[in-house]
Design a protein around this ligand. Sequence first.
Ligand code: NAI
Length: 804
Amino acid sequence: HSSVARYFDTMDYGPAPESDTDARQWLARHAEGFGHFIDGRFTDASAGARFDTAEPATGQRLAGIAQGSAQDVDAAVAAARAAQPGWLALGGHGRARHLYALARMVQRHARLLAVVEALDNGKPIRETRDLDVPLVARHFYHHAGWAQLQEREFADQVPLGVVGQIIPWNFPLLMLAWKIAPALALGNTVVLKPAELTPLSALLFAELAAEAGLPPGVLNVVTGDGATGAALVAHEGVDKIAFTGSTDVGRLIREATAGSGKSLTLELGGKSPFIVFDDADIDAAVEGVVDAIWFNQGQVCCAGSRLLLQEGIAADFIERLKRRMQSLRVGSPLDKAIDMGSLIDPTQLERVRTLVATGVREGASCYQSPGALPPGGSFFPPTLLTNVHPASTVATEEIFGPVLVTMTFRTPDEAVALANNTRYGLAASVWSETIGLALGVAPQLQAGVVWVNATNLFDAGVGFGGYRESGYGREGGREGCYEYLKPRAWAERKPRAAAIAANAANAANEASKTQAKPSSVLPPIDRTAKLFVGGKQVRPDGELSHPVFAANGQRVGEVGTGNRKDIRNAVAAARSAAGWSSATPHRRAQALYYLAENLAARADEFAGRIASLTGVGAPAAEAEVDASVSRLFAYGAWADKYEGTVHVPPLRGVALATVEAMGVVGVVCPDEAPLLSFVSLFAPLMAMGNRTVIVPSEKHPLVATDFYQVLETSDLPAGVINLVTGPAAGLVQTLAEHDDVDALWVFGAKALSRNAERLSVGNLKRTLVDHGLATDWHDAASAEGALFLRHATQVKNIWIPYGE
Ligand code: NAI
């Protein structure tokens, strides 16, 4: 009896280990080591270079792994390519059956997968068993549904083809599911490269998938390190790269794929804020912190690693948090009773140690959970740094370990400013019992995911992904599906210039038949058009201008020659027009209709200008003006109709998928159909609340400069649309390199778009380029739908759990 009493006194408890027998037996069956999984079977394990994967918690070797060469990548891509038509031909229902089978397979082997994952990664079995594996199954179920609905819901889209996917070590199996479920569901085939530190669950999954009847070549797994990843990125047979990992490697991949035409999504790092207002449920928030930063040893891209406390509650909060930290247990991953396992490897342990030491050197106070750490392995205790300066290393760098930094704020505005004071923008957590405050702060946070009174919630139906340098693209939900599809119209690429030239020739032909005199209304010669910046016509910084010629070679005027300084001024004007992004959709719709009305009033003038500059006949020029008016109306119509979704994930609550403007967008217009292309590109951006800096057609800039008068009479706030004429190559470079430009659309010459992608790597701008080929900005059928609006926005998911 006394021992029971003592037990209740101390609440000590012994280890409750999960059995690893099945996992060890599986490893024993592969005692000769693992080959790659290509075309439905393992390659020869004894061929080529090899390395070992080890148990982080003990340092002991688990298995021998093949280091993928360029030839291995080649073989895997070839298998994926060969399998893709058949996989697509199965149809949505056929693929749905396969994805459903994968979901069932994950559930059947849940325990084995959970143990292998815990062994190879060092994370607690409690997490792999209760979170990773169930979420993996949920992902395949959800995407089985998208496969089933594909022909109905994505009728205007086609799959990309062969997708290369590169994933990190922190959620090896979950990231596999996030990547392959949507790719396969929508008719692509996959070459997956797992992280070199954690390849086992992917190999086990591939083996089980083949047993479950997944056709050979549909899923290929090539193991290896960064060099293998780089070979996959470089491979010409790959249509898309989807990457999750560090921001540094994300940048390398952006550079390597620039101009290649490969589509790209990047899920990168973060330094996510966890904001607690003084009216929050403090105990719930303390528990939230535990989940935010000590889940998965803090090795979570969206970890709530910056705790921002309202001043009045800070001392009490820290006190309660420290008390809670005393009961956190670090131990063997297979022990069901522990809270935290081992970091991934000694390198990561050393990195975390060094960063904590740096924090202390920079003046922070360090508190750590007491209690002995297990011997061996890469264990590090839950750590709290207080007295942290917002500009210090530990407050700005992603630590990727169980280390929390805290800062305080006074007002909601200060909280937002502090929260957004980072290059990243992956996630944020807001704690307040006042619904108006929490939902008022959420839209102001630069983050792709916001959790209200919660943290680290994930679901297959709710998109996940970052703003800013946390990358681009979304995983999960409908928006995640679009990352594995492309518009049918863009897939059937016809060089647009040729198509337009043919149209123009036809129109001219028609004109010569029906009309005696060509383009009738010629505007007066000899005007020098200025730039349009901050709502005003301004002289270019360099005081230079250059002549513009009509199609017949006649000189018709001069335009300002913009330079870097002009672009910077225009970006500054666009920055300060931030109010446009929060203007109501109704207001934005009104502005677009008004532009349309004012353009229509000058239709003859514009038609004349287009005809004289481009040489098309009057009917074609008039048609272009009409199409432009209609397009402005179309985006006016969309402005208050392209909106978000309410998701109902499997918990009590909702997730609001809201569409937000990206911010300041640079736009470079092509020479074809100079009015229609200009309108088609800026109107969707404007409709969704972006502010733009536009470089109009280099060859026919007068069409855009004539538009100044339309803008001036249309009651548009200053800075929403800015125009800088001049040599596109130089201007696009300044736009691409500018840190205050959030996205860049480049249409026209291939060289321009290649450069735009390469140079935009600095702040990881979202880019939309046409590589000089057809996109469908021209044809109303696709240019007046949701396609450009999707590119003009980013989705923020605001999770709002409710109930007691
Ligand atoms: P990493 O970004 O180097 O590795 C991620 C994946 O990319 C791995 O599969 C790796 O083999 C592959 N890779 C590496 N170099 C490549 C290249 N040049 N081309 C193509 N693929 C390449 O991340 P690592 O080294 O494992 O961790 C370093 C730091 O990155 C961590 O300390 C952490 O701060 C951050 N990280 C962030 C993650 C996130 O989810 N945001 C995940 C993992 C790490």
